[in-house]
Design a protein around this ligand. Sequence first.
Ligand SMILES: NC(=O)c1ccc[n+]([C@@H]2O[C@H](COP(=O)([O-])OP(=O)(O)OC[C@H]3O[C@@H](n4cnc5c(N)ncnc54)[C@H](OP(=O)(O)O)[C@@H]3O)[C@@H](O)[C@H]2O)c1
Length: 331
Amino acid sequence: MHWLLGQFLIRPPYPADSYAGKTIIITGSNTGLGKEAARHYARLGASHIILAVRDLDKGHDAKHDIEYTTKCGQNVIQVWRLDMASYASVCAFADRVQSELDRVDIVLANAGLAPAKHSVAEGNELLFTVNCISTILLTALLVPRLKTSAARFSIRPVICMTGSVAHTFTQFQEKSAPEGEMFAQLNKRAAREDSMTAREDLYSISKMLPIFALRAVAERCPADKFPVTINIADPGLCWSGLSRDFSGGIGTYAFMSVMARSTEVGSRTLVHGGAQGPNSHGCYISGCQIEEPSPVITGPGGKELQERVWKEIVAKLEAIKPGVTGNFSTD
Ligand SMILES: NC(=O)c1ccc[n+]([C@@H]2O[C@H](COP(=O)([O-])OP(=O)(O)OC[C@H]3O[C@@H](n4cnc5c(N)ncnc54)[C@H](OP(=O)(O)O)[C@@H]3O)[C@@H](O)[C@H]2O)c1
């Protein structure tokens, strides 16, 4: 109810701050919320914008569209390849950032999907690979460049992941899985159940797991000892291509017509998240305000669950790139 009222009553403020001199990376920016966030940054004078996309042609179409509508010039936006369904692609992208960008101010880790059908990428249900594991992997891999940006340019860079209120719609039934078997059980359910309800629940969980990870990182690397702010922003319910696989019928269409924001309005919340300071580190932001996430996370047993989720995510990240989770340190 609180969220519904916020969705209806709160209109995120139109971004107006200058981004001159700033370098901004946005994943999943060829369309939807990511593209509209990129358009705001281009309009507001960002010096360098990286559209991180899995399809370069779509990325170049977005670049030309943003250049045309903002008149930002042809030297501001670059299109780089990033396929979050491939860990090799995530690692290659991060290596490129490390070698080609001296300075990174803001990363919007926005790429995500909600497929109606089960598929596997890198040994996990695609939803978990893209929305959770690759998102945290990319965050970990980019931290060193953000730390050096902080020291060299006296700035406090921000990584803002795109979250979702959908994480509050699930009870996360796999939370009581035996030690180390949460992802295994999630993968099993994803392979077994393909109803719309099950797929929506799995999507919700894929948006809940990064919140556990964010909170675990912020506890280990508090804002006063870590020069990078990491937060999660929920854009609210928006008309986008996200649920393109789901045919909701006339009821869903009517609900969306009344409730949903345009991607331009929703993207303002991501720009807001990327502009926040250390007080937002480790926080979930919704309606441009820091909010408590789901009681599954904050309620009884939530802390213990967070540590179990974090342990499994660490194991996955270390299997992909040994030592990578060491980037989440206060050294
Ligand atoms: N729309 C909403 O109501 C809503 C609400 C809360 C949170 N969100 C979150 O907002 C984010 C953006 O979604 P959207 O609503 O803007 O949907 P969208 O229009 O479908 O955009 C999703 C973006 O993610 C990209 N993407 C998907 N899989 C990828 C992969 N393997 N590698 C790299 N990029 C990939 C897509 O690229 P392609 O075009 O190539 O597929 C697209 O650019 C997602 O994280 C979503 O979970 C959306």
